[in-house]
Write a protein that binds this ligand. Structure first.
Ligand code: HEC
Length: 197
């Protein structure tokens, strides 16, 4: 074998073995993640994750439950146990958050299960939390004509917020994705309790 061929074979072997040991084997071990076992969000919720990132939700909300010796997250009901690094697997945008002006959302889908509640919150957070810092995300909603009966998730708004006669306010595709994402946030798999590994 000539010198250049030997060098080439060496490079191929070194990268190939490295890839097998560092990429292929660990990935096989992790296996596929599904939302049912607390894994990565999928479908509409994936789009919602991008809406979450694009709207700066992570500038006020974290998604990490600290262990009991590092804070009162568990006592506040933000999760039955601390979050683990494996719970973020397969997520391309990991919104750990930079500041906590609002509650931690790592398990918000576990404690708030009603989509309509989220739509109300996003449309006007002050109807739920008077005087809150959380901004309104009205631009994620659409005003559409009211033809006969209102659509199932049309918002019931009154006073200044009420749409003109013959119209209704419904969540747009981004609001629907965002709420699907928030509902999927159950990083501690159901049935798992206060175990701190
Ligand atoms: C300027 C800071 C700020 C931003 C930005 C913000 N929030 Fe909030 N959020 C809050 C605060 C503060 C609360 C708690 C309400 C209160 O007590 O005032 C809250 C409450 C919530 C809750 C209820 C949590 C619970 O435990 O009940 C959800 C869900 C939520 N926010 C989602 C979002 C989403 C989604 C976005 C982005 C579209 C967002 N927030 C952007 C400050 C913020």
């Amino acid at each position: 074998m000539t010198e250049p061929k030997r060098v080439l074979l060496g490079i191929l072997l070194a990268t190939g073995v490295g890839w097998l040991l560092l990429v292929w084997m660990p990935l096989r071990k992790l296996g596929p993640a599904s939302a049912a076992d607390g894994g990565a969000p999928f479908g509409r919720a994936v789009i919602g994750g991008k809406v979450y990132a694009a709207n700066g939700c992570a500038s006020c909300h974290t998604q990490v439950v600290r262990p009991p010796n590092l804070g009162s997250d568990i006592a506040r009901g933000w999760g039955a146990r601390r979050t683990l690094p494996t719970e973020y697997r397969e997520e391309h945008l990991v919104p750990l958050g930079v500041l906590r002006l609002g509650p931690d959302l790592a398990n918000v889908g576990e404690r708030r299960t009603e989509p309509y509640w989220y739509y109300r919150l996003l449309y006007d957070p002050r109807t739920i939390y008077p005087g809150t810092l959380m901004p309104s995300y009205r631009y994620l909603f659409a005003r559409v004509p009211l033809l006969g009966t209102p659509l199932p998730d049309s918002l019931s708004l009154s006073g200044r917020d009420a749409p003109p006669l013959g119209f209704q306010v419904v969540p747009g595709p981004k609001a629907r994705g965002l709420v699907a994402y928030l509902l999927s946030l159950k990083r501690v798999p159901p049935g798992e309790t206060g175990k701190t590994p």
